[in-house]
Design a protein around this ligand. Structure first.
Ligand code: PEP
Ligand code: MG
Length: 319
């Protein structure tokens, strides 16, 4: 089976009805670009940069160290696009990996100072990361992705800081490249205000891991409620469907980069909802491609509409 899959590496991901699907890789370290290319990824859809920041006893990587890491990932992908997400650490993803106990520092870490909230709380740190990413963009095709946005004010502050980072590099006379700017849709409030995001961003990427967590009020890391963590809950499907549809209507790129994108039991549903760009762990790419090669999106679109309105969508998933 493994060998059969590996023969698919150079086969384009095209459906039976001729729809071309982009399969991108999620990476955590620059050297993961090797595995991404080996799996036949057409780019990196999510570089989780927090892995450069974690497990260092709180001593953050400076601009130069980050620049070298991002540049290595960009060069490793040999001209294919690399989507670099700004750091997603904070209460929910502690820097030193020691879990914060509820009632101590943070009452509710998943709802606390995390991701873009953490970045905006420390502009000097955030600017250093933005400059490092902009400089790496001189070496290849880079998309800059912002996690956990929910408020117009956060979007405005972020855009101001991206401009400031460019000005700082101009002042220094340092070389940098152009980036496409993207937002993660992973908070229900964001999924319900897509026009706001489409006004300000070039592309959107749906983080289903958090979108499911926050839509269903189910801690993604709590085993006691894991049975209620349901990727095909009708509410989750509504948010997914409407986000994808609004992006497509405006001709804006939209991807899913949560675990759902790499789950072969979800491939047909996501195709049916109109998704054409998937980003996943490199080890899943060939198996998802195999599903795509067997799929007819015109038929799946009709079927997905019935899943969307079903009382028990999971029952239809096996059809
Ligand atoms: C997500 O939330 O789906 C996502 C891709 O981000 P992370 O898993 O890093 O929170
Ligand atoms: Mg997330």
């Amino acid at each position: 089976e493994r060998e059969r899959l590996s023969r698919l590496k150079n086969t384009p991901a095209v459906t039976l009805d001729g729809q071309r699907i982009e399969l991108q890789a999620n990476i955590e370290q620059p050297d993961d670009a090797v595995a991404a290319l080996k799996a036949g990824a057409v780019g990196v859809g999510l570089f989780r940069t927090e892995f450069l920041f974690m497990g260092r006893n709180g001593k953050l990587p400076d601009e130069e160290e980050q620049y070298q890491a991002y540049r290595r990932a960009v060069e490793g992908m040999q001209g294919l696009p690399v989507t670099i997400r700004t750091v997603d650490v904070g209460a929910d993803k502690p820097l030193d990996r020691t879990p914060v106990r509820a009632g101590e520092d943070h009452l509710n870490p998943a709802l606390g100072l995390r991701a873009i909230r953490w970045s905006l709380a420390d502009p000097a740190m955030f600017l250093a990361q933005l400059r490092a990413i902009l400089r790496a963009a001189a070496h290849g095709s880079v998309n800059l992705l912002i996690p956990m946005l929910a408020h117009a004010s956060e979007i405005r502050q972020t855009l101001v800081l991206v401009d400031r980072a460019r000005e700082q590099l101009n002042t220094r006379g340092q070389v940098y490249g152009p980036v496409r700017l993207g937002a993660m849709i992973e908070i229900p409030a964001a999924a319900l205000t897509i026009p706001l995001f489409l006004r300000h961003f070039d592309f959107l990427s749906i983080g289903t891991n958090d979108l499911i967590q926050y839509t269903l009020a189910i801690d993604r890391a709590d085993e006691a409620v894991a049975h209620l963590y349901d990727p095909v809950h009708p509410a989750v499907l509504q948010l997914l469907a409407s986000t994808i549809a609004q992006c497509r209507a405006q001709g804006k790129g939209v991807s899913v980069c949560g675990e759902m994108a790499g789950d072969v039991t979800m491939t047909r549903l996501l195709l049916g909802l109109g998704l054409r760009t998937f980003s996943m762990h490199p080890s899943q790419i060939l198996a998802v491609k195999q599903q795509i090669l067997r799929s007819d999106t015109a038929r799946l679109q009709v079927w997905a509409q019935s899943v969307l309105v079903a009382e028990d969508p999971a029952a239809l998933m096996a059809d």
